[in-house]
Design a protein around this ligand. Structure first.
Ligand code: 2M8
Length: 458
């Protein structure tokens, strides 16, 4: 097996490279070592330095990679996350490891105060959620490692995955339109995406409040690559508004400062129903209700978040009931929905292959997280331009499923090229491919394993 990967551009120079079997085996080894060294008794930490606790959607991505190399860990990973599920079904976005010292992450358990919230688990968690990619992860983990043990694990997880969706449908459909809304940029997973600039600007906060806190992230990553102090002041203000009400969702529409329907979150939400239908078939449950719900979500996503003017999906700000115009990579992610209508798929392919995102059979630069032609494109700052493997992995799945094997293969090669050139970094410079953020980042490793295991056309 050999794969043309890249061209990864390192230090500004395009390096077209061909990985032979030895290189690919070496890459696989690096990914396995990264996952092993980030393993922490029952879960994988995204990064030992920047993110030393358990994160929700990270764990789903970990399970996808672990299923290939240590299947029992894939199930342990998901089981440990779902042990922290709240009584209302929410799966918290961070599960704190009680063994770590105070200050090992900011904001830590003392700021979240989950212990006093109704229905929270015994372990400390945040009160937010993240994109529900867990049912898809469980299904893919099963497919990578089929057998009795995996089937038993799927049966065990199924009711918890259903409860996760029930929480979102029952408590987070704030507009009553069949979509769920995120109450904090952290819930989107793309924390400081330009998509959130407008609703964030409406959140009253002063950067100076951050003098009262010590940020942990900027001690481990370049401050110029991270969200600003003003961003953090607003993040904390939104957390405080939610925490004040014990993280209950009743009355959100009247009182909460940040309410947005995100295309990625809702695509994951719909994708989860498709995955649950397949899990139901495998475990002897009824797939029918999941299929019906999946179809409704896709219909609502198209009706509420598709912008015919730009030909892409955009978040909707529920406080103004307007679509947010920034053309970020979030807009491409509804491709993961198998029932996305063909004309919307076609429009997204136009957007994906445009100069904004540059997806091609042979990519000359990595997929950016934001429109690279936009004036606020920032190639170094976190989710405002850099290239990330998880979003690329989702988009690639969508392109492959909707009959674009050449584009899917180009994106795959580009992502493998990034890791070949820079290692398992958290994110990558979208022009040069230089590795940025945490150098031993677990979801990069896990998803690389998945990309390596799939042929170029899958
Ligand atoms: C980043 O988010 C956390 C807050 O949740 C942070 O910046 O401290 C995001 O990239 C998010 O998507 C990810 O799940 C998390 C851990 O990798 O880090």
């Amino acid at each position: 097996m050999s794969a043309e990967v890249g061209p990864a551009r390192v230090g500004g120079t395009a390096v077209a490279r061909t990985c032979g079997p030895a290189d690919l085996a070496g890459l696989r080894r690096i990914a396995i070592d990264t996952l092993d060294s980030n393993w922490e008794h029952d879960h994988t930490v995204p990064s030992r330095t920047l993110y030393p606790h358990q994160w929700s959607w990270d764990s789903a991505f970990m399970a996808i990679g672990l299923a290939q190399i240590r299947p029992e860990r894939a199930w342990t990973e998901l089981d440990s996350l779902f042990r922290a599920q709240w009584a209302d079904g929410r799966v918290p976005h961070i599960v704190f490891n009680p063994a770590l010292r105070v200050g090992s992450y900011f904001p830590g358990p003392e700021l979240w105060g989950s212990a006093t919230a109704e229905g929270a688990p015994a372990v400390h968690t945040s009160g937010l959620v993240q994109p529900p990619v867990h049912a898809l992860a469980a299904l893919l983990a099963y497919r990578r490692a089929p057998g009795q043990a995996s089937l038993t694990a799927l049966r065990r997880l199924y009711p918890a995955l259903v409860a996760q969706q029930r929480y979102l449908a029952g408590r987070r459909d704030v507009a009553g339109d069949g979509l769920v809304c995120v109450v904090h940029p952290w819930e989107s997973g793309l924390d400081n995406s330009p998509a959130w600039d407008e609703p964030m600007a409406a959140v009253p906060a002063e950067a100076a409040v951050m003098r009262a806190y010590r940020r942990h992230d900027t001690a481990h990553a370049d401050a110029a690559h991270r969200p600003t102090d003003l961003d953090y002041a607003r993040y904390l203000a939104i957390v405080a508004a939610y925490r004040e009400h014990g993280y209950t969702d009743r009355g959100l529409a009247e009182r909460h400062p940040f309410l947005v329907e995100c295309p990625l979150f809702n695509a994951a939400y719909g994708g989860a129903e498709h995955a649950l239908a397949e899990i139901a078939v495998l475990t002897g449950a009824d797939p029918g209700p999941h299929r019906v719900h999946a179809a409704r979500i896709t219909e609502a996503l198209v009706r509420r978040l598709y912008d015919p003017g730009s030909g892409t999906f955009q978040p909707r700000d529920l406080r103004t009931d307007r679509l947010l115009g920034a053309r970020t990579v979030l807009g491409l992610t509804p491709l993961i929905l198998p029932d996305l209508p063909a004309r919307h798929v076609d429009a997204l392919v136009v957007e994906a292959t445009s100069a904004r995102f540059g997806i091609a059979g042979r990519m000359d630069r990595p997929l950016p997280s934001h429109d690279r032609t936009a004036p606020d494109f920032e190639p170094l700052r976190y989710w405002r331009g850099p290239s990330w493997l998880n979003v690329g992995w989702l988009v690639r799945r969508g392109l492959a499923a909707h009959g674009h094997p050449d584009l899917a293969a180009g994106l795959r090669e580009s992502m493998i090229g990034l890791v070949a050139g820079a290692g398992c970094h958290e994110y990558f410079h979208p022009d040069t491919g230089v590795g940025l953020g945490s150098p031993a980042f677990a979801w990069t490793a896990a998803l690389l394993l998945d990309l390596l295991a799939d042929g170029p056309a899958r």
